[in-house]
Design a binder for this molecule. Structure first.
Ligand code: ADP
Length: 477
């Protein structure tokens, strides 16, 4: 049995801004179910909800601050969550990174530096908890100083640093280093210094025993200038201690057999029932009821990363094909306006819903025939996995986690039973459109389409699968 301290700036359902919270709320439970002893550690934000109130454990003094540790649990489990309680830093409205108006916290460096110091004390069993981890698993830049600080210790636990998105690095002006009172030994090119600035993520990348990211393909991509944001050299240097492990999905929430948010449940043996979800969706979105016409869905943040511009550039031609398109998302205002303009011009072809709506997300996953995900980059991605579980074949760009979780329908993959979607390479509207047409041809062949749906629905995207990979890594290091 391994003792694992899992450090994260957010944890679902306590507090969430993105995919990191899903990982921090699921992986520790999956590892516990595999017999491991896991504790989660995170800041005690004002906005924390959905858990029992924290019970006082102890007080630790670091850098002239007296910090309390409180204990709660991940709901529905016995996984302990240690809350780092320092009200001047964390007892504020807003989210972990911004205030209620979306402005970044001006002292965010101080906050997460303090958090990292406490994680280090707990990791070295200097917090009177009588528990020393074998492995400290750190996540994203907010925990980047932990492997760096631990590197100065004797008999330190092993460290893993997971990158959820390279686009966020925690870079601060040089004087922050002095203000944070960080040890001088760590300030150099191979340490925390990054072009004369302080980089939190470099602590994780330079000092951890192993680096992971959330898909094998993204692990390769971040070693290139396009995806490495200036750290590709360091990552390439660490290629032998860098690997990708795909995130799992919540297979209870995303299960077409039991989903209470959809009008008709179904499974791989009752695929004929799926069409009821399609007609219900068409009705809800005021699209013509057309059971046989391919319905393409898309759910996501409307930002550059997601390749929405490719879709926008295809929409005109898509309206000339016998298909419908249903999108749910929010984000970039100009993208929203352009999409809504199309929906107004072609109300019997295109439906655009701006907003965040979990129920409609389930209904689109269940009611669509195909799901578009033409991302420019995608560290892991969840929707393509949900889609496959719902027998809604994803059309994805060959990048990051999309490349690793969707098998393109080609003659040989159809023959060997692995084909589970459609994949295209070039980030061009033409390539996307060709692939949509290829999907329509396959869709017209009912027995073949159902075979592809079953291939997709048979795949294992459970957290147990991912947790086994992490456990193998913990044992190796
Ligand atoms: P990312 O984390 O980059 O936003 P993912 O595909 O990994 O992309 O995960 C996005 C998650 O958020 C999915 O669960 C998706 O269904 C959900 N989501 C995104 N936008 C919306 C929306 N407008 N309404 C409902 N759910 C959404």
């Amino acid at each position: 049995m391994k003792k694992i301290l899992f450090a994260s700036s957010e944890t679902h359902p306590l507090i969430k801004t993105g995919g990191l919270a899903d990982v921090a709320g699921s992986l520790p439970i999956a590892l516990t179910n595999l017999g491991q002893d896991v504790r989660v550690i995170m800041p005690n934000y004002q906005g924390i909800k959905n858990c029992e109130p924290g019970r006082y454990l102890c007080t630790v003094r670091v850098n002239n601050c007296d910090v309390n540790l409180l204990e709660t649990h991940l709901p529905g489990s016995n996984v302990a969550v240690w809350l780092v309680d320092y009200p001047p830093f964390f007892n504020h409205p807003g989210n972990p990174y911004t205030d209620e108006n979306g402005n970044p916290w001006p002292d965010i460096g101080d906050r997460f530096a303090l958090f990292c110091r406490i994680v280090t004390e707990v990791a070295m069993d200097r917090a009177y908890l009588n528990w020393k981890p074998d492995v400290v698993h750190c996540n994203d830049w907010q925990t980047g100083l932990v492997p760096a600080l631990l590197s100065l210790e004797v008999a330190k636990p092993a460290t893993v640093f997971t990158i959820h998105n390279m686009a966020y690095q925690g870079v601060f002006p040089a004087n922050t280093y002095t203000l944070l009172n960080l040890p001088g030994q760590l300030w150099h090119h191979d340490g925390l210094e990054y072009h004369g600035m302080l980089s939190f993520i470099k602590g994780g990348l330079s000092y951890s025993d192993w680096i992971t990211t959330v898909s094998p393909t993204y692990a390769h991509e971040i070693q290139t200038p396009e995806f490495g944001y200036g750290l590709e050299g360091l990552l390439a240097h660490r290629q032998h201690t860098l690997s990708g492990i795909i995130n799992g999905i919540d297979t209870n929430v995303w299960n077409p057999e039991t989903d209470q948010q959809i009008v008709q449940t179904y499974n791989r043996d009752t695929l004929n029932k799926k069409v009821k979800n399609k007609t219900a969706l068409q009705k809800r979105l005021s699209l013509p009821i057309a059971p046989d016409q391919p319905l393409l869905g898309l759910i996501g943040r409307l930002v550059d990363q997601k390749g929405i511009d490719l879709v926008l550039n295809c929409l005109k031609e898509m309206t000339t094909l016998p298909l419908q398109f249903a999108l749910l998302g929010s984000g970039d205002k100009s993208i929203q306006v352009r999409l809504q303009d199309f929906a107004r011009l072609y109300p019997d072809k295109i439906s655009i819903t701006i907003g965040y709506d979990e129920k409609l997300a389930h209904q689109i996953e269940a009611g669509s025939d195909m799901f578009l995900m033409p991302s420019r980059f995608e560290p892991c991605g969840l929707n393509q996995m949900y889609s496959q579980r719902y027998g809604t074949l994803p059309i994805v760009r060959k990048t990051g986690g999309l490349a690793d979780t969707v098998v393109d329908a080609l003659p040989e993959t159809i023959k060997n039973g692995t084909a589970s979607g459609l994949v295209f390479k070039d980030a061009t509207p033409g390539a996307l459109l060709e692939t949509i047409k290829r999907g329509m041809v396959l869709h017209a062949n009912r027995p073949l389409w159902e075979q592809l749906q079953r291939n997709a629905m048979n795949k294992d995207f459970s957290w147990e699968n991912s947790a086994n990979h992490y456990l193998a890594l913990y044992r190796e290091i």
